[in-house]
Design a binder for this molecule. Structure first.
Ligand code: BTN
Length: 182
């Protein structure tokens, strides 16, 4: 990995950590808050691609696992991987890789629908599905109820996808000094 790659991975980890400083919004009916941090996860995949984006998210999650209070609301420690949000955290890692793979495959597309699907399918649908499965396993909640409850995140997360695409277009122009991906 070149120095530029290492700095970009570090920059993306910093963005994810800073987004975690924005307080989460708790929801009474489900032990999973609304957060802004998943915007950084999606951004990692689309801006850095599968390998570097996956690495940035993996390193971020390792820091959380060893106790750094980098998740929204200042939580961290291995126990979060045994808690109600564990499925979402696993989904974050997988989604960064899948978004990165999509980005690499459709690098030059100008089609907004394709860009949207590249980010939204893994970043919203897959994450919410894995999150619901984790939530159901950890809390004993019925899986259908967990999936239905998780649907509350879809409108906000869809808005994040749109922001991610807009931010990524600008960031990529700055980073690569030419229009490259989304
Ligand atoms: C944590 O801080 O422990 C992880 C929180 C996971 C929140 C998930 S990510 C997808 C969905 N969208 C949100 O705004 N919240 C949930």
């Amino acid at each position: 990995m070149r120095t530029k790659d290492i700095s970009m991975v570090a920059m993306m980890m910093a963005i994810i950590i800073v987004l975690g400083m924005i307080p989460p919004i708790p929801l009474g009916f489900i032990p999973v808050p609304i957060v802004l941090q998943n915007l950084g996860i999606m951004l990692a995949g689309i801006v850095l691609g599968a390998k570097r984006g996956g690495l940035a998210v993996a390193l971020f999650l390792i820091l959380v696992a060893v106790g750094m209070p980098f998740l929204s609301g200042g939580s961290g420690g291995f126990s979060v991987f045994l808690g109600p949000t564990t499925g979402y955290l696993i989904g974050w890692f997988i989604s960064a890789i899948l978004i990165g793979l999509g980005q690499e495959k459709f690098m030059t597309t100008k089609n907004w629908g394709i860009k949207f699907l590249i980010v939204a399918l893994p970043g919203v649908l897959l994450v919410d599905l894995l999150g619901s499965i984790g939530l159901s396993i950890v809390t004993g909640m019925n899986l259908s109820a967990a999936i239905i409850s998780s649907a509350v995140f879809i409108p906000g997360d869809t808005l994040k996808v749109i922001l991610v695409i807009i931010i990524a277009e600008r960031l990529l122009k700055v980073i690569y000094r030419k229009e490259r991906v989304v």
